[in-house]
Design a binder for this molecule. Sequence first.
Ligand SMILES: Nc1ncnc2c1ncn2[C@@H]1O[C@H](COP(=O)(O)OP(=O)(O)OP(=O)(O)O)[C@@H](O)[C@H]1O
Ligand SMILES: [Mg+2]
Length: 278
Amino acid sequence: MNSPAEPTARAADPAARYRVRTQPWYRPVGAEVEQFEAAWGARMPMMLKGPTGCGKSRFVEYMAWRLERPLVTVACNEDMTAADLVGRFLLDRDGTRWQDGPLTLAARIGAICYLDEVVEARQDTVVVIHPLTDHRRVLPLDKKGELVEAHPDFQLVISYNPGYQSLMKALKPSTRQRFGALDFDYPDAEAEAEVVAHEGGVPAELAARLVQVAARSRNLKGHGLDEGISTRLLVYAATLIARGIPAPEACRIALVRPLTDDPDMREALDAAVATFFA
Ligand SMILES: Nc1ncnc2c1ncn2[C@@H]1O[C@H](COP(=O)(O)OP(=O)(O)OP(=O)(O)O)[C@@H](O)[C@H]1O
Ligand SMILES: [Mg+2]
């Protein structure tokens, strides 16, 4: 970012800072890459559904790199307003100045706009995406009196975790039915071990044992656990082991303690760890 050529490059390419420059490592688990590519070809808005830490964000980064599109990511939350997405007038020394929000910017530069955890946002915020996600592909900036026509390469992608979110927070049908959807889940054991070995820097055999601990925890989902151990936590455990923490301790730190405060459940998970890491 501090090379002297950078400012010029940035002026020439407003998308420069949103480009994914190095290939993110992504292990496909099904036909999701081809399916997403077909959807992108039609600029179809897409919804990625799946539990926490199963690879949704990594997948989007990988697809943005593969399709050579800039990626604008927005972490949604309930305090977010429509202005946070579309933009607002700011006051500065010279008076007022309009500043595009991330959605507007993405629509202008032809980025993939990734709204992470979209159900966290309030309904009146989410509706601003509607005109962008049907044949109109426009974004009205009411305050500014401008109608932004989306760049031909613009695509909207949203993610959400259907598991633990309350029904109250479900997406409205009029929002939901603007998207094609890809289901994500933790990869099968072989693929997940590959991910854990690669990302955590541990041997395949050790990664496979971590994956078996996760499988036990996932069987406890709904029986006292909201979610099983995610691929992300497995990568954490592997990372600690690779940095010299003994495996049973690494599993306690990265797999058991983050997951639950319930003493009985912790004991059950510790027992699962002990089965695979004596
Ligand atoms: N198929 C995969 N290929 C490569 N890495 C993966 C894959 N699946 C999971 N991972 C690893 O798991 C980690 C967590 O994945 P990611 O951040 O994409 O989860 P997520 O589904 O976006 O979770 P959340 O819903 O909590 O945001 C990644 O940083 C990566 O190390
Ligand atoms: Mg994510």
